[in-house]
Design a protein around this ligand. Structure first.
Ligand SMILES: Nc1ncnc2c1ncn2[C@@H]1O[C@H](C[S@+](CC[C@H]([NH3+])C(=O)[O-])CC(=O)[O-])[C@@H](O)[C@H]1O
Ligand SMILES: O=C(O)C(=O)Cc1ccccc1
Length: 258
């Protein structure tokens, strides 16, 4: 089975994201609808610095924490990039992946992509894709839970309960992998890293108009926290240790241990 060759990138048609390329009189709040689904692989790669590295390494990290006869969760799975990485890397016996998203458009396409992966490789972990709100989910005992850029879309007042719930379902020796856009308490750091993120988007071909309109579309729906807030909330939710393993500009990923 290939390691870092990312077969999912070949399987997915890369339709360019032009959603914010034309001026809109009133920019509506961002939603994960069919129009976003169509361009999502291109959008996320050109918008989130380090995304391909994070996704592939979630597979590598998960392979260290996965335990036989347990469930691995991909929460807010979108098109299932993390589920695919889990299936490429995790070898523990009798594991299964449960991928969850509350966008029906995402879930529908995610199922197609995972079926395509099934037809390309043998002996992949079984995967189930659920259309559900992760805040209402009944969890099975899990060795690995991935929240890859999902928590920032959950209303702030629900984040702690969700993490506490995840903590309760994690088996000893398991791990939560949490990736998020970060906010910085130091204003100079915040300004520099958000300017550099804009430079990253520009370097990936987004115009000033696209950058500005996308920013106003996400400002009411995606609310990043600081690293200190993440750490405190994870500890309050019952995790014993929080280990940052990746940061690229204002995007980071943490391992939280039960
Ligand atoms: N309450 C909720 N319940 C379930 N899903 C939700 C909820 N709220 C938002 N979502 C879903 O969380 C996903 C966030 S995208 C994750 C990328 C993916 N992890 C990836 O590795 O490619 C991140 C981004 O676009 O920046 C969307 O598919 C939402 O529908
Ligand atoms: O585009 C941005 O500025 C982001 O912060 C990330 C993002 C990526 C894909 C959908 C929504 C937000």
């Amino acid at each position: 089975m290939p390691g870092f060759s990312m077969p999912e990138a070949r399987a997915v048609k890369q339709i360019p994201d032009r959603i914010y390329a034309t001026p809109q009189e009133q920019v509506a709040d961002f939603v994960f609808n069919e129009a976003v689904v169509r361009v999502f692989p291109d959008m996320i790669k050109r918008s989130v610095p380090g995304y391909p590295t994070i996704v592939e390494n979630i597979g590598v990290i998960a392979s260290q924490f996965a335990q036989p006869h347990s469930t691995l969760y991909d929460l807010g799975c979108s098109l299932g990039a993390v589920s695919q990485a889990l299936r490429r890397h995790v070898q523990a016996e009798d594991c299964r992946v449960i991928a969850v998203d509350n966008s029906s458009a995402m879930v529908e396409r995610c199922r197609e992509y995972l079926h395509a992966q099934d037809s390309m490789f043998q002996e992949l972990l079984p995967v189930e894709v659920l259309e559900a709100d992760i805040c209402q989910l009944e969890f099975q005992p899990a060795s690995v839970v991935a929240l890859n850029f999902t928590l920032q879309f959950i209303p702030r007042e629900q984040r702690r309960d969700l993490l506490a719930h995840i903590r309760q379902t994690l088996l000893p020796g398991g791990a939560l992998i949490l990736s998020e856009k970060l906010r910085f308490e130091d204003s100079e750091e915040q300004e520099l890293l958000s300017d550099l993120h804009i430079a990253f988007k520009r370097a990936n071909g987004y115009s000033e108009l696209e950058i500005a309109q996308k920013r106003s579309a996400i400002e009411n729906v995606m609310k990043p926290d600081s690293l200190a807030e993440h750490r405190e909330r994870l500890l309050a939710a019952g995790f014993s240790k929080v280990i940052p393993w990746f940061q690229c500009l204002n995007f980071a990923s943490l391992i939280a241990l039960p």
